[in-house]
Design a protein around this ligand. Structure first.
Ligand code: ZN
Length: 848
C-alpha cells in the first residue's frame, strides 16, 4: 500500500448528498453557512478528512445511523486546503449525517464565492455575489469533498435579502419570507449526482427573460437590470444548441431547468455549472442588430460550448484533472457542430481552421506539451486551460471524426455517455467506446496525438504513378531533437489525373509510405478538407501545379492551409520570405475571409518583426497586397452579399489603414467614423471595428478622450470592450501612459485589465514603455488580477522583438516566474526567440 498523497482525500468516507444553506451578506462581503452531508463510511475511522479553504468551521457533529451524535473537532491544514474532523470515538461503517456550521468571505479574486459590482442606471454602485469553483474552489464556499470523482447530490438553500434574486443549479421549490430578519429563504430542488466544481450560487438583482422550453427544460437568460434587451440572441442559440445536443447525444438534457447568467466580473469566458451557467457579459449579452458577425459568433460559440458540457463534463465527468483536456476539447468540438448546424452560412468549420492554426503555432514550439499529461496536484491542471487543450484537442477530435465517419463517431460518443452517465471516466474509456462502436483502432491512433507533443510535417513527392509521403516533426527552431517521433496521421488525399479526380483516405503510420495511383497525377492535395493536424510540404513540381490552380484545384480551406503552412515554413527558415510573398501575391482574387485572416496575420507579424519606423518597403508591399482587394470589394456592401463578405471588407480595410499605413484609407475611415457617430445605422456593422482600429491607430488626444468616454458609457458589453481595447492602439507617448495607468488604477475591471496590458505590449509604438511599466507594476498586477489571466497577459511579450528587450524579458521572468503558467511563459519566450531570429534573417531584405 503506498502512502496517500497528502493533498488527495482518503476514499474511506464518501459524500452522498449535501443539504446546504448559505446566507451571503453583501454589505460586509461575508457569508455564513450550514450543511448536513449524508456520508457513507466504508470502514471504521477516527477522523473524517475533507476540503476547506479560507473558511472558519464553528461546529461539527456527526449523527450516526443509530441516532447517536458525536461531536467533532476540526483541525485545519491550510497548505493542503483540508479540514480534518476528529471524533472522540471511532466512527463505525455505515451511513451517517455530518453537520458543519461555518463562515467565510466573499473574496475579490473572482474564484470561490466571490463579489462583483456594477453601476445601475443612476450611477449607484450595486453588489452581487457569484461563484466560480472550477477547478478547486468549491472548498472556499463550503467544506466538501472537492475532487471530481466524489459525485453527490446537492440540495441548496440560499438566505438572501427580500428584494434579491437567488439562483442555483436546480429549480426553486419554494421561497419563504423570514420577517424578523427582512430576508427570505430560497429552497432549490435536489440536483443530479455531480461533482463539486459544478455547484453554483448567484445572488443579486437580476432580471430574467421569459422562460422558453428547450426540450422539457425551461431556459432563461439572466442579467443585472437594464440589460435584458441584449438577451434574445443567447436565448435563441441556447435553445437551439441544447436541443441539438439532446438529439446528437440521444439523451435528454440532464438538468431540470437552465439559466444562462451574465456576471459583471468574471475571470474566464463562461462556466458550465449544471443548470446555472455563468458567463462574462461579452460572451452572453449582445445587440443582435448592431454587433458584428464575429461578436455574434462568439456568443453562439460560448453558449453552445457550455451547453455541450451539460452532458460531456457534467453528466459524465473526468475521474481526475488529467482528463480536463478531453472535457474542454470535446465541448469545443461540439460547439462547432452546433453552431454550424444553426447557421450554416457562417461556415463555422471553415473558420475553425484559424483556431487550428493558432494551436499549430504553439505546438510547433519545442516548449509545447502533450495534450494529456499526468497531474498530481490540481493546480497543475491550471496549465491545461490553453490553446493546446481547447483548439488542438478539438482539432484532433475533428480529425478522428472525419477519419471514422461522422455517424460512427457519434454512435461511439453515445455509447460512452450511456456507459458512464452520473459517473466518472478516463480518456481511454472514450477510445474504448469508439472502438467498440466502430471496430477501428481509435486508441492507437489517438495516443500518438494525445501523449506526444507536436505534430508532423508531411512531405509529398511524385514518383511516376505513386505519391511518396514522409513525416517528420515540425519545429520553428530546429535543433535535430525528437526526430524519431511518428504519428498515426489520417491522410485525406485528392489528386487530379488525366482520367479525373481521385480521392483517397489512408493512415500514415510509418516514416515513409507510398500511395499507388492508377494514373500519373497532375496535382495532389494532401490534407484535403483541412482536417489533418499537420503541415504539408510539397515538392517544387507539385507546389507549382497547385499555384497554377489556386482557385480551381483548391478549396478555400485548402488555400488557407497552403498559405498558413508556407508562412510557418518561412518562420522556420525552410522557405524564403520572397517565396512566401510571391505565393501571397497570387491571391489577388481571393474572396475567402479565412485565407485573408492568415495573410493579414502574417502582415501584422512582419510589421512587428521588421518595422522600426524605417521600413517603407514593407508598408508599400503590404499596401500592394491589401489595396487591390479593398478596391475590388468597395467600401459599401453590395446588395445580397454574405455576412462573411462584409466581414472580409472590414478586415481588409482595417489592415490597409493600420498595418499598411495607407493614408487615403485612413482619411476615408475617419470620415466614415464621424458619419457612424452621427447615425450608427449609416455604416455597415462589420466595418465598425476597422474604423475604430484606424481612428485609434492614427488618433490624437481628442480621439482618445472620445473613445475613453465611449468605453465609460457604452450600452453593450461589445461596445465597452471595443473602445476599451482600442485605447491600447494609440501611438502618442502621453496617451500610452494614460492607458497604462488604466490597467491598475481601478477604472477597468480586473477581468479586462490584463488583456488591455497585453494589447499595449503588442503595440509596437508602445512596447518599450509598456514593458518598463509592467515590470515596475508587477507585484501590483499579481495582487489585483485573477490568477489565470497572468500568463495570458504575458503573451504580449512576443511583441518585444529586439534582441535587448528579449534578453531583458528572459531575465525578468527568470527572477519572477509565473507559477500558474510556467509552460505558457516558456512558449511566449520561444515565440519571441523565433521572431528575433526572423528579424535578423530578414531585416536587410526590406532595407535594400
Ligand atoms: Zn469548457
Amino acid at each position: 500500500m503506498s502512502k496517500l498523497k497528502s493533498h488527495r482525500l482518503p476514499t474511506t468516507v464518501r459524500p452522498e448528498r449535501y443539504s446546504l444553506t448559505l446566507a451571503p451578506d453583501l454589505s460586509n462581503w461575508t457569508f455564513t453557512g450550514e450543511e448536513t452531508i449524508s456520508v457513507n463510511v466504508q470502514e471504521p475511522v477516527r477522523e473524517i478528512v475533507l476540503n476547506a479553504a479560507e473558511l472558519e468551521l464553528h461546529a461539527v457533529s456527526l449523527r450516526l445511523a443509530d441516532g447517536k451524535v458525536l461531536h467533532g473537532n476540526p483541525g485545519v491544514d491550510s497548505e493542503n486546503e483540508q479540514a480534518t474532523l476528529g471524533f472522540a470515538e471511532t466512527v463505525p461503517a455505515g451511513g451517517h449525517e455530518l453537520q458543519i456550521k461555518f463562515s467565510g468571505i466573499l473574496n475579490d479574486k473572482l474564484h470561490g464565492f466571490y463579489r462583483s459590482t456594477y453601476k445601475d442606471a443612476n450611477g449607484q454602485e450595486k453588489r452581487l455575489a457569484s461563484t466560480q469553483f472550477e477547478s478547486t474552489d468549491a472548498r472556499r464556499a463550503f467544506p466538501c469533498w472537492d475532487e471530481p470523482a466524489f459525485k453527490a447530490v446537492y440540495q441548496v438553500t440560499l438566505v438572501v435579502d427580500e428584494k434579491l434574486t437567488a439562483i442555483s443549479n436546480a429549480r426553486v421549490v419554494r421561497e419563504a419570507a423570514l420577517p424578523e430578519s427582512g430576508k427570505k429563504s430560497v429552497v432549490f430542488a435536489d440536483t443530479i449526482k455531480m461533482s463539486t466544481y459544478l455547484v453554483a450560487f448567484i445572488v443579486g438583482e437580476f432580471e430574467a427573460t421569459e422562460p422558453v422550453l428547450a426540450g422539457a427544460a425551461p431556459l432563461r437568460v439572466c442579467a443585472v437590470p437594464g440589460k435584458k434587451q441584449l438577451a434574445g440572441f443567447a436565448v435563441d442559440i441556447g435553445k437551439a444548441s441544447l436541443e441539438h445536443f439532446s438529439r446528437y447525444y440521444d439523451i435528454p438534457y440532464p438538468g431540470d431547468k437552465l439559466d444562462l447568467i451574465a456576471i459583471p466580473d468574471f475571470a474566464s469566458g463562461a462556466m458550465e455549472n449544471l443548470g446555472a451557467i455563468t458567463f462574462r457579459e461579452t460572451a452572453l449579452l449582445v445587440d443582435r442588430d448592431k454587433a458584428t458577425r464575429t461578436e455574434l459568433e462568439r456568443v453562439a460559440d460560448v453558449v453552445s460550448h457550455e451547453n455541450a458540457h451539460m452532458w460531456f463534463g457534467d453528466l459524465v465527468t473526468m475521474q481526475w484533472w488529467n482528463g480536463l483536456w478531453l472535457n474542454e476539447a470535446f465541448a469545443t468540438f461540439m460547439e462547432m457542430l452546433a453552431v454550424d448546424a444553426w447557421k450554416p452560412e457562417w461556415r463555422r468549420w471553415d473558420s475553425f481552421t484559424v483556431s487550428r492554426a493558432a494551436a499549430m503555432q504553439v505546438d510547433g514550439l519545442k516548449s509545447t506539451r502533450p495534450i494529456e499529461f499526468p497531474v498530481e496536484r490540481p493546480e497543475e491542471a491550471a496549465g491545461m486551460f490553453d490553446v493546446l487543450t481547447y483548439e488542438k484537442g478539438a482539432s484532433v477530435l475533428r480529425m478522428l471524426e472525419q477519419y471514422l465517419g461522422a455517424e460512427a463517431f457519434r454512435d461511439g460518443i453515445r455509447l460512452y455517455l450511456r456507459r458512464h452517465a452520473y459517473g466518472n471516466a478516463e480518456t481511454t474509456d472514450l477510445w474504448d467506446a469508439l472502438e467498440d462502436s466502430t471496430r477501428q483502432p481509435a486508441r492507437s491512433l489517438m495516443d500518438t496525438w494525445i501523449f506526444q507533443p507536436g505534430y508532423p510535417l508531411i512531405g509529398v513527392e511524385k514518383d511516376g504513378k505513386s505519391i511518396r509521403l514522409t513525416q517528420q516533426i515540425f519545429r520553428y527552431l530546429q535543433d535535430g531533437s525528437d526526430k524519431e517521433r511518428k504519428w498515426h496521421a489520417p491522410i485525406f488525399l485528392r489528386a487530379g489525373t488525366p482520367s479525373g479526380v481521385v480521392n483517397k483516405t489512408l493512415l500514415l503510420t510509418e516514416r515513409e509510405q507510398c500511395i499507388e495511383l492508377d494514373d500519373t497525377a497532375d496535382w495532389v492535395v494532401v490534407n484535403a478538407g483541412g482536417h489533418g493536424f499537420y503541415r504539408v510540404r510539397y515538392s517544387g513540381e507539385l507546389l507549382e501545379a497547385l499555384k497554377q490552380g489556386l482557385q480551381t484545384r483548391l478549396s478555400a480551406v485548402e488555400r488557407f492551409s497552403l498559405v498558413n503552412d508556407t508562412w510557418a515554413a518561412t518562420l522556420a527558415g525552410l522557405t524564403s520570405l520572397t517565396d512566401y510573398l510571391g505565393l501571397v501575391k497570387l491571391l489577388a482574387d481571393e474572396k475567402d475571409v479565412n485565407v485573408w485572416t492568415t495573410v493579414i496575420g502574417s502582415g501584422h507579424h512582419l510589421q512587428r518583426i521588421l518595422d522600426d519606423g524605417q521600413c517603407p518597403v514593407l508598408d508599400k508591399h503590404l499596401r500592394e497586397l491589401f489595396a487591390p482587394a479593398v478596391a475590388r470589394l468597395a467600401w459599401t456592401p453590395r446588395k445580397g452579399e454574405s455576412e462573411l463578405e462584409s466581414q472580409l471588407r472590414g478586415d481588409l480595410i482595417g489592415a490597409l489603414g493600420t498595418v499598411a499605413e495607407d493614408k487615403a484609407c485612413q482619411e476615408r475611415a475617419r470620415q466614415l467614423f464621424t458619419q457612424y457617430e452621427n447615425a450608427t445605422n449609416s455604416v455597415d456593422r462589420n466595418l465598425v471595428p476597422a474604423l475604430v482600429a484606424i481612428v485609434a491607430h492614427t488618433g490624437a488626444a481628442a480621439d482618445y478622450e472620445k473613445f475613453y468616454n465611449k468605453f465609460k458609457t457604452a450600452k453593450t458589453p461589445q461596445d465597452e470592450t471595443r473602445y476599451l481595447f482600442a485605447l491600447a492602439n494609440f501611438r502618442a507617448p502621453e496617451l500610452i501612459d494614460r492607458t497604462l495607468e488604466l490597467t491598475i488604477n481601478g477604472e477597468v475591471r480586473t477581468q479586462n485589465s490584463p488583456y488591455l496590458m497585453r494589447g499595449i505590449l503588442l503595440n509596437r509604438h508602445a512596447r518599450e514603455k509598456a514593458w518598463t511599466f509592467m515590470k515596475s507594476q508587477w507585484a501590483e498586477m499579481l495582487q489585483q488580477y485573477p490568477d489565470n489571466a497572468i500568463p495570458r497577459m504575458c503573451e504580449g511579450i512576443i511583441g518585444l522583438v529586439e534582441p535587448a528587450l528579449e534578453a531583458d524579458a528572459r531575465e525578468f521572468f527568470a527572477q519572477h516566474p509565473v507559477k500558474q503558467g510556467a509552460k505558457q511563459m516558456e512558449q511566449h519566450l520561444e515565440r519571441l526567440r523565433v521572431a528575433v531570429l526572423s528579424q535578423q534573417r530578414w531585416r536587410h531584405l526590406l532595407r535594400s
